[in-house]
Design a binder for this molecule. Sequence first.
Ligand code: FPP
Length: 277
Amino acid sequence: MGKGPQLATGEDARVQEKLRTSGEIPGHIAVIMDGNGRWAKKRGLPRTAGHSEGVESVRDTVEACGQLGVRYLTLYAFSTENWKRPKEEVSLLMRLLLKALRDETDRLHTNNVRIQAIGDIDALPRELQNELLEGIQRTKDNTGLTLILALSYSGRWDLTHAMRRIAREVVEHGLTEDHITEEMISSHISTAGIPDPDLLIRTSGEFRISNFLLWQLAYTEIYITPRFWPGFRRDELYEAIRDYQKRERRFGMVSEQLHGSQTEVGAGRFMKSLTGQ
Ligand code: FPP
C-alpha cells in the first residue's frame, strides 16, 4: 500500500468531502499560533501547559491538512523576537520542539508528510538542529503535505538575509539594477520555490502580522479567530477554509476580469476600438 495520510472517518470524512466539493482547498496555509500563555493563564496553569497543549493543536491541524489535500502548511513556531522571552521559557520551548520532532517524525513520515524549515536554524540548540535536519532528510521524498516550520524566523530577517545574498551576487556577477526583479527576490527568500500562502490563520484575536512572512503574504487572505492556539482544532480549520471559499481573490484586478463577464468582453472590445489592437 502506498504512503498517505490516515484517512478521516465518519462525520469528519463527510465534512472534509463537503469542503472539497464546495470550493477550492487553499494550497498553502500559514498559521500564527498565538495565545498559548493566555490559554494557560485562564485555567490557572503555567504558560508551559499552554505550549504543551499547543502541540496537540499542531498534531490535529497537520493531520487534517494532510487529509484535505492542502499542499503546504507553514507554522510560525518560534520567532526571532521570541528569543527575548525569559530564559526558562525559551529553553522549555526548545525542549518541547525537540520532543515533538522526536515523537512525531515517524508518524509524519508514514503519513507522507515532508518536513521543511525556514529561519535562522543555526541559532537553535545543536540537538534540535540535528533532529530537524534528520527529519528533513528522512522525509524529503514524501509527496503529501509539506510542513514548513518557521523557527527563529521573522519576515525582516528573511528579507535582510535575501538582500545580503543578492548584494553578494551583484558584486560577484556584475549584475545591474535590471536584474533585481520580484521573481529574483522571491527566489532568494527562504520560501523560494514554494507558492505564497493562500490563507493566513491567526489565533487569539490579534489583528497583526507580527513580522511573519512579510513578502509572501502580499495577497494572502487572512482569517482571525478569537480562539487561543491550544483550543484550536480541525473544526476551526474547516471554518477558516469555509470563510476562505467565500472570498473573491482579485489580486488587484476587478471582479469582471476574473469572471470573464459580458462587461469585460464589452470593455475589451471598447479598448480594442480605442487602441486599434
Ligand atoms: C504563542 O503563544 C506561541 C508560541 C510562541 C510557540 C508556539 C509553539 C508551539 C505551539 C509548540 C509546538 C510547535 C510545533 C511546531 C511542534 P504565546 O506564548 O505568545 O501566548 P500569549 O500571547 O498568550 O502569551
